[in-house]
Every structure is written in C-alpha cells, then in structure tokens.
Design a protein around this ligand. Structure first.
Ligand SMILES: [Fe+2]
Ligand SMILES: [Fe+2]
Length: 181
C-alpha cells in the first residue's frame, strides 16, 4: 500500500542521520590518523557503514524521497537524484572493498592490506562528507517544493528492519571512547 508522508518530516529525519554519520566519520578520521589503529573498532565502523549508511539511510532516501522527486519534480536521467544514486553506489563499493581489505589484514596478517584499508576508508570518509553536503545544501531544500511524498515504506519500517536505534547508541559509545563529544 502506498501512503503519503510529510516531506519536512522525512528531510528532518535524513538530516539527523547525516549528523550521526558525520560523527562516525570523526571517529574514523581519529583512528586512521593513528598508526596503532584498533582492528576491532575499524571492523565495527565498517559494519556500521554497511548497516546504517547503506542499508538504512540510503534505503530511506531511495525508497521514500527520491522516487517522488523523479516522478513529480524532474525525470531521473541527468537529474540531481541520478548523481546521488551514483554516489550511493560508489559508497557501497568502498564499503565492500574495505570489508575485503579488513579480512586480508586480520585473517592473513597482510600489512599491505592494512595500509590499503586506511587509504580506502579515507576515500570513503571524504566521499560521504561531500555527498552529505550536496544533499543538505541543495537536494533537500529543493525537495521541500513537494509537501508530501508517496512511498510503500515508512521511515519507521526501514529503521526497524535495520536496527537504527541500536547503531546510534553504539556510535555514541564509540565517540566517548575516542573523546569525541
Ligand atoms: Fe544520499
Ligand atoms: Fe543522505
């Protein structure tokens, strides 16, 4: 069943996610700029990026916000949504190659893989930072031209499926460990 949801409510929720993601990147930068990088914390962050960013946050954008923009504001091809979806794909790939490099480093004791992992995580952090800026500064304000969005899924559906609240709490714990307030 397709329901109507308030656009401002959705945008507010997505911006709060961006804040959580940017906080997680502060922790990531702190770890990757430290030669004694903790493998368990990097493993946790990569699982967070997959679950919270790819499966939850990007799913909310791609199921709830973007289709209404394409159907009612501008066609997909060459649109800002086209760019955002392409960037989600790049983020997903950087998360996956990071998962592979983490395994090579931890399971095979491959020090070269550790350095490659750090390099790819820095690319991911920079990519996500500029992606979030484009959404916050351009796409989201433009989306408010629509009062409502139509979707078969709600914010709550996707958050419940992906353990959203648990991830927010766990990132807060990790921030404390690294002295980020
Ligand atoms: Fe996005
Ligand atoms: Fe986003």
């Amino acid at each position: 069943m397709v329901i109507r949801v308030n656009t401002a409510y959705v945008i507010d929720n997505l911006i709060k996610d961006h804040d959580v993601i940017l906080e997680s990147l502060k922790v990531l930068y702190k770890i990757v700029n430290n030669d004694n990088s903790d493998a368990r914390d990097l493993e946790f962050l990569i699982r967070f990026f997959d679950a919270f960013i790819d499966k939850c946050h990007h799913a909310k954008e791609e199921y709830i916000l973007f289709p209404s923009l394409n159907l009612r504001l501008f066609p997909f091809e060459g649109s800002p949504v086209y760019v955002m979806v392409t960037e989600h794909g790049i983020a997903r790939y950087l998360i996956r190659i990071s998962e592979e490099l983490l395994r090579m480093w931890i399971d095979n004791k491959d020090e070269g893989a550790r350095q490659a992992l750090i390099d790819h995580l820095k690319l991911l952090a920079d990519h996500l930072t500029q992606h979030i800026k484009k959404e916050n500064d351009v796409l989201f304000p433009g989306s408010l031209a629509l009062d409502t969005l139509e979707s078969s899924r709600t914010i709550e559906d996707i958050e419940n499926e992906t353990g959203h609240e648990k991830w927010v709490m766990e990132i807060n714990e990790l921030k404390k460990k690294y002295g980020i307030t």
